[in-house]
Design a protein around this ligand. Structure first.
Ligand code: MN
Length: 253
C-alpha cells in the first residue's frame, strides 16, 4: 500500500462550460501553477450538488477558477442590465463545493469569478463596476500576463502574510465586484478606486479569494498564492494522518 504521507495533494479545479459547442474548458495555466506548486490538478466539471461531498473526500484543496457571471438570484437581486451570460448549474455546483469544502476544512482559493462565488456562497452580494465617474478600467485589453492596475494588500491579513502588504500590480478581467461582503469574510485588498480585490476568512485556515488572475501573471510573486494553497493542503493532510487526528480544522493553523 502506498505511503499516504508521500502522496501529492490533489487540487480540484472548477471549469467553464461552453453551451454552444457542448464543451468544458479551462486555461491550462491553472493546472501549470498547481503542478509547479507540488500538487496534482483534477478538473471538476459541474455535477449534481450531491456529488460535491463524496468528491471532496478524495481531494486536498479546492481552486475555484474564473469564468462568467453568477446568476443574480443567488445573491437575492434582479439581473442588472450589464449582467452577462450566466450558468446556474455551474453556480449551484460550485456553491455546493464551497459548502462541502468548508465542512471538511479543505483549503479554498477563489480566482476572479471564484472570489465572487465565495462571497455569494457565504451570503454576500455583487455589483456592476463598469464605467462611472472615478472608476478605473477593470477589464483589460492587453495580454493576460501584463498587470493593469494596482491593489493595496491590507495589513494584518492572511493575504499580506503570503504576498506582503502594500501595493501590488495585478491584471484585471472583471466587470463585477463584491458589494456586501459575506459575514464570514473580510476585505484583504482594494484597488485605488475602492473596489474589493481580495477576500479572506479569518476563521478558516485557508479561505482566500482574489479578483485578479495570478495564474496568468509572470512575476514570481504570482506563484506564491498557489504555493500557499498547496502548503495548506499538505498541512491539513499531516494533521489528518497525525496520531491525534480529529483536530479542529476549521480554525486558524
Ligand atoms: Mn480589478
Amino acid at each position: 500500500m502506498a505511503d499516504l504521507t508521500l502522496r501529492k495533494p490533489l487540487v480540484g479545479i472548477t471549469v467553464n462550460r461552453d453551451y454552444l459547442r457542448g464543451r468544458f474548458w479551462l486555461p491550462p495555466s491553472y493546472c501549470a501553477r498547481i503542478e509547479e506548486a507540488g500538487a496534482l490538478p483534477l478538473l471538476l466539471p459541474p455535477l449534481q450538488s450531491a456529488a460535491a461531498a463524496p468528491l471532496l473526500d478524495s481531494l486536498s484543496a479546492l481552486l475555484l477558477s474564473g469564468g462568467g457571471d453568477i446568476a443574480s438570484f443567488y445573491y437575492g437581486e434582479e439581473p442588472d442590465p450589464a449582467l452577462n451570460q450566466v450558468d446556474p448549474e455551474r453556480d449551484d455546483w460550485e456553491i455546493a463545493l464551497v459548502r462541502a469544502a468548508l465542512s471538511r476544512g479543505l483549503p479554498i482559493l477563489g480566482i476572479c469569478r471564484g472570489m465572487q462565488l465565495l462571497n455569494v456562497a457565504l451570503g454576500g452580494t455583487l455589483l456592476n463596476i463598469s464605467g462611472g465617474p472615478g472608476r478605473l478600467q477593470h477589464y483589460q485589453r492587453s495580454p493576460r500576463r501584463y498587470p493593469l492596475h494596482t491593489v493595496e494588500i491590507l495589513p494584518r491579513t492572511r493575504l499580506a502574510s503570503i504576498l506582503g502588504e502594500g501595493r501590488l500590480a495585478v491584471n484585471s478581467f472583471h466587470h463585477q465586484a463584491p458589494a456586501v461582503v459575506a459575514p464570514l469574510l473580510r476585505k484583504a485588498a482594494l484597488s485605488p478606486d475602492g473596489v474589493v480585490e481580495a477576500l479572506e476568512s479569518p476563521a478558516h485556515h485557508f479561505l482566500i479569494g482574489v479578483q485578479w488572475h495570478p495564474e496568468s501573471l509572470q512575476q514570481p510573486s504570482a506563484r506564491l498564492l498557489f504555493s500557499a494553497l498547496v502548503g495548506a493542503a499538505v498541512k491539513r493532510g499531516e494533521l489528518l494522518t497525525a496520531p491525534s487526528a480529529g483536530v479542529e480544522l476549521s480554525g486558524p493553523l
